[in-house]
Design a protein around this ligand. Structure first.
Ligand code: ASP
Length: 320
């Protein structure tokens, strides 16, 4: 395997909208959003940049796209407000995260600021916002982040709860994330989310909890999406690394087994993962997961449901 090989994989959330609600225009918009994020990250890797910059660029593109549940277009709590979580990890224990914030245009940049410019790993709430302001991050007002679609999703969840029904996972959650291996073999992961529609105010999911929804070390990098409480209870992202290091499992097997186990405890979801050789795994136990990757062949691949991945123009043609 080539030592300078790069790899990038992203997700835009598991628990996709029902296939019957997925009109063709929406399908195209999701594929286009995933492709744009992959190209943003790949541009960094192709020019010799570090994995942490690649995952940050990919996640920023998804945060800026209101179709995905992070940054602009994040889902809302039962109190109809947005509370966002984000995390980055660059291996060797370098990690930063924020929880329960709204204001910074790109929560992933807030997580990076925590990693690079504070003595801490995780900042939450008002203190996190004060830190972000002091660091000069770009802020946006509520109107930038909120969308009518997320408000309608909350109304649907609240109406279903009032009827005493159970809310299925379709359209309730999401999250965006990226994992990468750069030319030097360094690995990184980034994850960003609005959490779950109708979540209790103050609830924090797996995204900013290292080892649960986000992890990167010298063995693998992992970014998860799905029912956060289940991923936290299982330390799911770290479990993949542990199985590889201690039980000798390969990336694909370890990732598939952990996602299946999360499913067995009732947690719908999935993840993207990359190992130090640039292998990629993208398992999920839901009907779909917005996802994509650029592998050794340089072809951009994206998918939504459990169908064959769609192939786009090669990165060589697509990148000027
Ligand atoms: N994992 C996220 C959370 O629990 C939500 C999701 O990925 O759907 O906050």
């Amino acid at each position: 395997m080539q030592s300078d090989r790069t790899a990038l994989a992203i997700h835009g959330g598991a628990g996709t909208i029902r296939p019957e609600d997925m009109v063709p225009d929406r399908v195209e918009a999701f594929h286009a959003g995933l492709r744009a994020a992959l190209l943003a990250g790949h541009r960094v890797l192709a020019t010799g940049g570090p994995a942490i910059d690649a995952v940050t660029a990919a996640v920023m593109a998804l945060e800026d796209d209101e179709l995905f549940n992070a940054g602009r277009g994040a889902v809302v709590t039962s109190g109809a407000e947005q509370e966002m979580d984000a995390a980055v990890m660059a291996g060797a224990g370098r990690a930063g995260a924020v929880a329960g914030i709204r204001g910074p245009r790109n929560p992933v940049l807030a997580a990076r600021a925590v990693m690079e410019r504070s003595d801490h790993v995780l900042l939450a709430g008002p203190g996190a916002l004060a830190f972000c302001r002091a660091q000069g991050l770009v802020f946006e007002d509520d109107a930038y982040f909120e969308t009518a679609a997320r408000r309608a999703a909350l109304d649907a969840v609240l109406a279903e709860r009032a009827r005493g029904g159970t809310v299925d996972d379709f359209d309730r959650h999401g999250t965006v994330g990226a994992v990468a291996r750069d030319r030097t073999g360094a690995l990184a992961a980034a994850t960003s989310t609005g959490g779950m529609t109708g979540k209790m105010p103050g609830r924090i999911g797996d995204t900013p909890v290292f080892g649960a929804g986000t992890w990167a070390d010298a063995t693998c990098a992992v970014s998860a999406t799905g029912h956060g409480e289940s991923f936290i209870r299982m330390a799911a992202a770290h479990e993949i690394s542990a199985r590889m290091r201690l039980a000798g499992q390969g990336l694909e097997q370890a990732a598939a087994d952990v996602v299946a186990e999360v499913g067995r405890v009732g947690g719908g979801g999935g993840l993207v993962a990359v190992d130090r050789d640039g292998r990629v795994a993208m398992p999920f136990n839901t009907r779909g997961m917005y996802r994509g990757a650029i592998g050794a062949d340089g072809i951009v691949r994206t998918g939504i449901y459990a169908e064959a991945l769609r192939e786009h123009a090669t990165t060589e043609e697509a990148i000027p």
